[in-house]
Structure formats: C-alpha cells, structure tokens
Design a protein around this ligand. Structure first.
Ligand code: FAD
Ligand code: NAP
Length: 272
C-alpha cells in the first residue's frame, strides 16, 4: 500500500518534492491521466521526462514519466499505463485528488526542439503511451514558431486507447491561449492494429512504407530536406522506425548535436 498522506513533516528523498494530485481521469482499464501541483521553481522543456513516484511500504518507488503539459501550464499532467503487476502503477492507478506524489527535480530528455535543426514539417510518431511527450510539444507555442505544420500520429491496439489523444487535440483546438495559433496547422492521424474502427488500420511503420499515411493526410512522402521527426514508442517500434528514417537518409540528433530526427523510449521493455 502507498502512503497517500505525506504530511508536511514528511521529508522526501533529496531529489524530489511532494506534490498534490489535482485531477485524475481513467480512460480505459489500462490507461489513466492525472494532474499534480507544480512547484514554482520547476522548469522543463516541452517533451522532457521526469521521475515521479510514491512512497510504497515506506520506500520511494520512482519511474520515468514524460510531462504532458506545455511549459506554460500552472500544473503538471501525466498519462500513465497500469502495468500488470508493475510496482509503481499497481498503486499509482489508485491515486485520488489531494494525495501526495513524489516529483523529481531534474527533468531531461531528447524529444526537445533543441535536438532538431529547423525544417518545414514536424512529424511526431507515437504508439501507446508514447503520445505523452507530444501532448506537451503540440501545446507549446514554440512548436508553431519553428514549424509550418505539425503531424501527430498515434497508433494503438484498440480504438479506446486513442481517446486521450483525441480529447487532447479537440481541447487544444478550442484553447483560448494557443487554439488560434494551432488552427489547421496541426494534423492528427490515428490508427489501430487490432480493432476495426473509423481510424486507419495498421502499424505506423507499414503506413509510412506503403504511403497510406501521406495519402491520408494529403502531404508529400517524408524527406530529410524539409521534414523533422520525433519518435516515441516501444523498443521494437523505435528500432523499426529508426531504421526507416536512416534508410530515408535522415540523421539522428541529440541535445549536443541537433539533426533531423530524435527518438525516446515510451517504456523500458520486459524484464529491463
Ligand atoms: P515496471 O516494472 O516499470 O514495468 C512493467 C512492465 O510493464 C514493463 O516491463 C513493460 O513491459 C510494461 N510497461 C511499462 N511502462 C509501460 C508503458 N508506458 N506502456 C506500455 N507498457 C509499459 N510510462 C507511462 O505510463 N507514461 C509515460 O509518460 C512514461 N514515460 C516514460 C519515459 C521514459 C524515458 C521511460 C524510460 C519510461 C517511461 N514510462 C512511462 C514507463 C514508466 O517509467 C514505468 O515503466 C511505468 O510507470 C510502469 O511502472 P511499474 O513500476 O508499474 O512497472
Ligand atoms: P505496444 O505493445 O507497444 O503496442 C502499441 C502499438 O504499437 C500497437 O498498435 C502495436 O501494433 C504497435 N507496434 C508494436 N510493435 C511495433 C513495431 N515494431 N513497429 C511499429 N508499431 C509497433 O504497447 P501497448 O499496446 O500499450 O502494450 C504494452 C505492453 O502491455 C506490452 O508489453 C503488451 O504485451 C502488454 N499488453 C497490452 C495490452 C493492450 O491491450 N494494450 C493487452 C495485453 C498486454 P501491434 O498490435 O501490431 O503489435
């Protein structure tokens, strides 16, 4: 059981602060999102991840989580899996408004604007909870200063697993702060791999290679001269998509050496 109280006299681990849950929404049996308070001193770049966790049986249990919020948000939003038997999420899925959550003090990551050189179109390829860092990127005004168009793709096994992303984009279009800036410059492409839905059918890797993605969005095929790419998903998805990018002549970037595409794991694989 986790300690949801974390009273004012509780001393968190050195690299953490204690924050309070302000909202929780369960999207499916295996996915939920939540918001927590944001310390005044907490700064991050859109697309970064941070350690978050709980005190479980007297010990801190912390895991990497992408920050879904844009940098201008007064709170911090996260989107989480409920991993079967997972040490953190078995408890985290039960958080309620007012509960205490540990928040790391040092956000970091490669899915940031600083790791890409300028281009016309920004492609954000995600599977499963890999949409989380892009929830931040698409809500960040800097994204629209740097790119003419942003194409967010989200592929999941089932239709219900796409709902968080669909709500996110619908809310963004109506947002009083950035909705107008986003306008029709954000394209949201969704596909499922196990469910027959209104969405496109198939893995994003296949839809890139067979051209169906570009046909569906009415844009030219990916090319390094004009396009920049961020990728977030499972180890297997990253491996396959990275190979496609390399085959197309894209160069991988990093914070130290910005280039044409960047990748980050949405989670560490089985047994890691
Ligand atoms: P763990 O013991 O950590 O994981 C158990 C098993 O569950 C894993 O072996 C894996 O097969 C599976 N699993 C774990 N996380 C996921 C996932 N997100 N999607 C599908 N399967 C998964 N998780 C999030 O839910 N949201 C995020 O924004 C997020 N960002 C991350 C960013 C980075 C850079 C990394 C490395 C991981 C991220 N994760 C994210 C995964 C997260 O760190 C934990 O693995 C997750 O919270 C489960 O923790 P756990 O202790 O319950 O189970
Ligand atoms: P996931 O297994 O990474 O799948 C997310 C999406 O990515 C799916 O549409 C999947 O397509 C696709 N994908 C997988 N490998 C790919 C690759 N190499 N290239 C391109 N696309 C790829 O994530 P998840 O569905 O969130 O499941 C995460 C973990 O939970 C896994 O370990 C899984 O075994 C377990 N799990 C999930 C479910 C569920 O319903 N989500 C159910 C039982 C167990 P495919 O469908 O074609 O693989």
């Amino acid at each position: 059981m986790f300690d949801n109280i974390l009273t004012d006299d509780f001393t968190p681990p050195k690299t953490c602060t204690v924050e309070r849950v302000t909202a929780v929404k369960h999207w499916t049996d295996t996915l939920f999102s939540f918001r927590i308070t944001r310390p005044a001193a907490f700064r991050f770049r859109a697309g970064e991840f941070v350690m978050i966790g709980l005190m479980i049986e007297g010990k801190p249990v912390l895991r990497a989580y992408s920050i879904c919020s844009p940098t201008w948000d007064e709170e911090l939003e996260f989107y989480s899996i409920k991993a079967p038997g997972g040490k953190l999420t078995t408890e985290l899925q039960h958080i309620e408004i007012g509960d205490g959550v540990l928040l790391g003090t040092k956000p970091t990551g490669t899915l940031v604007h600083d790791a890409l050189i300028p281009g016309d179109h920004l492609y954000l390829f995600s599977t499963g909870t890999g949409i989380a860092p892009f929830a931040s990127i698409i809500r960040e005004p800097e994204t629209y200063d740097k790119f003419k168009e942003v194409i967010l793709t989200h592929t999941c096994r089932t239709g219900a697993e796409l709902d968080y992303g669909k709500q996110l984009v619908a809310d963004l279009r109506k947002d009083p702060l950035v909705g107008e800036l986003v306008g029709d410059r954000l394209i949201h492409f969704t596909s499922t791999t196990r469910d027959e839905t209104q969405d496109q059918r198939g893995r994003i890797t296949d839809l890139i290679l067979n051209g169906e993605l570009f046909e569906a969005i009415g844009r030219p095929i990916l090319q390094p001269a004009t396009d920049r790419v961020m990728i977030c998903g499972s180890d297997a998805m990253l491996r396959d998509l990275k190979q496609i990018m390399l085959d197309k002549g894209f160069t991988e970037g990093s914070n130290a050496a910005p280039a044409q595409f960047v990748i980050e794991k949405a989670f560490a694989g089985e047994g890691v």
